[in-house]
Design a protein around this ligand. Structure first.
Ligand code: SAH
Length: 211
């Protein structure tokens, strides 16, 4: 694929991109601007790519599935855990503006990389800390998206969701082999929906894997 437009078309045709506001965001955010310079020619291939510190920018189809599943809408407050390149945060920022995205990253050099990639997105705040505890002081959130694999569902994060808020995360005891879970926070408990197998780098921290 030679252009961002072609990549988006492919994801619309395969059925992973469905919602108009989400398709618009994927067209607006050029994935090339979130890849390393040396991988620019692979930016529009539907694959994950290495970034810094042994981490990856997720596969576009995975970003599409997770974004559609939490159905963000205009004005929402969203928390992302695992900023990486900032690509997922940029997509959500376009959908929810004038709402706000808080995105947390634990690796310093990635915080710097993402901040630079996200310069023009003024409704995104990149925060440098262990995100596995969430961001209680800015809660409640309409959506929480965790882009690293957790050993189990961190219950502390469900408490930071609004009623009817949605959280999505890959869960599994083994690295790079997780089940994608969509959690919906209901008044009287939470609903858990299984979206199939995925492969993510591990969530490392207090409510993740130990270092
Ligand atoms: N969403 C990213 C891809 C993330 S890769 C993108 O669009 O490019 C997963 C990221 O989660 C890595 O950058 C990793 O450093 C980060 N991470 C892992 N554990 C974390 C934690 N406890 N808090 C914050 N970030 C974490």
């Amino acid at each position: 694929m030679k252009s961002n437009e072609e990549l988006v078309k492919k994801m619309v045709n395969s059925g992973v991109l469905k919602t108009e506001s989400i398709i618009r965001a994927f067209n607006k955010v050029d994935r090339k601007n979130f890849c390393m310079k040396e991988h620019e020619e692979l930016a529009y291939v539907d694959n994950p790519l290495p970034i810094l510190a042994g981490q990856t920018i997720s596969q576009p189809t995975t970003v599409a599935i997770m974004t559609e599943a939490i159905s963000p809408s205009k004005g929402d407050r969203v928390l992302e855990i695992g900023t990486g390149s900032g690509y997922q945060a940029a997509i959500i920022s376009e959908i929810i503006k004038p709402g706000k995205v808080y995105t947390i990253e634990r690796v310093g050099e990635l915080v710097k990389f993402a901040k630079n990639n996200l310069k023009k997105y003024n409704n995104v705040e990149v925060i440098y800390k262990d995100g596995s505890e969430g961001l209680e002081e800015k809660s409640p959130f309409d959506c929480i998206i965790i882009t690293a694999g957790a050993p189990k569902i961190p219950k502390v994060l469900i408490k930071q969701l609004n009623v009817n808020g949605r959280m999505i995360l890959p869960v599994g005891e083994n690295n790079y082999n997780q089940k994608m879970k969509l959690i919906i926070n209901k008044k009287d408990g939470f609903e858990e929906i299984d979206l199939g197998n995925f492969a993510f780098v591990p969530l490392i921290g207090k409510h993740g894997f130990q270092k």
